[in-house]
Design a protein around this ligand. Structure first.
Ligand SMILES: C[S@@+](CC[C@H](N)C(=O)[O-])C[C@H]1O[C@@H](n2cnc3c(N)ncnc32)[C@H](O)[C@@H]1O
Length: 479
């Protein structure tokens, strides 16, 4: 097997991406450039490093993935979201129950930001949590910047551009309130890390996975489709792109014919949906707060770009920045304050979570260790330690830490979920089932809308749904 073929096979195995003959020469050229950037002359050495170093694989993937996207792509689908999906979702829930929305394979962010605009136009900006994920860190970094060329806005009416964007040099900067409405995360759809609480991917009311499956081989499409279905809430919707493969032959699902093609929904509860067990550990995020009021101006007025505020040393500011998902600022303020006086465990918790949420897991681990030195009996810090250990793949230690958190607070539901997730990863299925059952039992005694400590603002009902999904996945894996 030549080096090109071996590299293509490795990329396919890790990401599900396949390269047709037509794209083969583009792949070979990308490989040469990536090898050059890695400063490795011998192709065999590059291949070995590609296998061992996730950063090198990311770099190659960034070269070869097709990130073509633009605002309001396939506009009829956004009309269906506005006129059919959102009303259906709100027909059973209070208006203030946040929607969970996921743009899977978001590229440079145009798709999730379009969702943010649509939700804002429906008056739902504070009532939705939009997560957007991609495999390409380069694309995610651009998405974060939220500055676009005219080309990304092709087909978007001028008044919409004027309302939500500010011209800056030769770009269009998205209004900060919309930019902040989307949380970007790295996620490889071909891996079995989701649905799970640490990825933030579970119980989704709406998933857009458009123009992504088209690049996968058929086995990967089926695996990813199952996980997408498992990531939906009971009444959630999945929309694919017009060119993506149909899912009805690949996974159990209900198909809905909409004015913009097919949509998919989870089949009725109890239907067989084969899937492997997943890691379940509790979320990093603090209790969700309503988003701050938008600074998007009314139609016709240009958007303002808000300048970042000066550093603050107010503890409340750290919690506020965290609630606004400004993890950079939250980590900065909390970090300064705990260095000065580390006696408040809540500040440590903000620091650990903010560092973890901005992707600095090493920093979060160090902060958590320092925090536990000061606050040995904090159940929440101990459970965060369990989450961080699980993230690092140290499942046995994660289980020990989760058990310790439960020793400190038997009623900490998220620690039961952390324990179940770690034990499932260790293959200790009976223990995992017991842990999930304990979580279910505690949750059953609470009103569905009750907010729990350290639950990312998810009410008891949603966490119960999560525990049920995990129990089902465990039984299916055992069958
Ligand atoms: C053509 S873009 C689609 C963008 C957007 N969804 C749209 O329809 O406009 C495809 C995106 O899928 C991402 N992608 C490809 N393989 C992936 C994988 N295994 N996991 C996550 N994202 C992946 C690529 O990085 C790229 O950004």
């Amino acid at each position: 097997m030549g080096i090109g073929e071996a590299a293509a096979a490795l990329v396919r195995q890790r990401t599900g991406l396949v390269f047709s003959e037509a794209r083969r020469s583009a792949f070979e050229a990308a490989l040469v450039r990536a090898t050059h950037r890695a400063k490795t002359r011998a192709p065999e050495v590059y291949l070995a490093r590609l296998d061992a170093e996730p950063a090198l694989l990311d770099d190659l993937v960034a070269e070869i993935t097709v990130g073509e996207t633009y605002f309001f792509r396939e506009p009829q689908q956004f009309a269906v979201i506005r006129n059919q999906v959102i009303p259906a979702l709100f027909s059973h829930r209070p208006r203030d129950h946040p929607l969970r929305v996921w743009s899977a394979g978001c590229a440079t962010g145009e798709e999730p930001y379009t969702l943010a605009i649509v939700l804002r136009e429906q008056g739902l900006e504070g009532a939705a949590h939009i997560v957007a994920t991609d495999l390409s860190r380069v694309a995610l970094a651009q998405a974060h910047r939220a500055r676009y060329t005219r080309w990304s806005l092709r087909g978007v009416p001028d008044d919409v551009v004027r309302t939500y964007f500010e011209p800056v040099d030769d770009r269009f900067a998205l209004a900060p309130a919309l930019r902040d409405a989307v949380e970007f995360r790295y996620l490889n759809l071909a891996e079995d890390t989701y649905p799970s609480l640490p990825t933030g991917i579970w119980g989704m009311d709406l998933i857009l996975c458009r123009n992504v499956l088209i690049y996968f081989d058929v086995e990967t499409v089926a695996r990813v489709a199952r996980r997408l279905m498992d990531s939906l809430s009971d009444d959630g919707w999945l929309l694919l792109g017009a060119s993506d493969p149909a899912l009805s032959d690949l996974v159990p699902c209900d198909v809905v014919v909409t004015g913009a093609g097919l949509a998919y929904r989870r089949p009725g509860r109890g239907a067989v949906q084969p899937s492997a067990p997943v890691v379940v550990t509790p979320p990093f995020a603090l209790r969700e707060q309503p988003s701050p009021p938008p600074v998007v101006p009314p139609a016709g007025e240009p958007a303002r770009v808000v300048v970042a505020a000066a550093p603050s040393d107010d503890p409340e500011d750290a919690a506020r920045a965290y609630a606004e998902r400004d993890y950079e600022r939250a980590a900065g303020v909390a970090g300064r304050l705990v260095r000065r006086d580390g006696s408040d465990p809540l500040l440590w918790i903000v620091l650990v979570r903010a560092l973890a949420n901005r992707g600095d897991l090493d920093g979060a681990g160090r902060a958590c260790a320092a925090a536990l030195d000061r606050h040995r009996t904090s159940a929440e810090l101990t459970y965060l330690h369990a989450v961080l250990l699980a993230e690092a793949g140290q499942y046995a230690d994660a289980a020990t830490a989760a058990r310790r958190a439960l020793y400190l607070d038997r009623g900490l539901v998220v620690a039961h979920l952390a324990l179940g997730g770690a034990l499932a990863r260790l293959g200790e299925m009976d223990g995992a089932r017991r842990a999930f059952r304990n979580a279910e039992r505690l949750l059953a005694a609470m009103p569905p809308e009750a907010l729990l400590p350290a639950s990312d603002g998810e009410p008891a009902g949603r966490l119960a749904e999560m525990a049920r999904v995990q129990m089902r996945l465990l039984s299916e894996a055992a069958a």
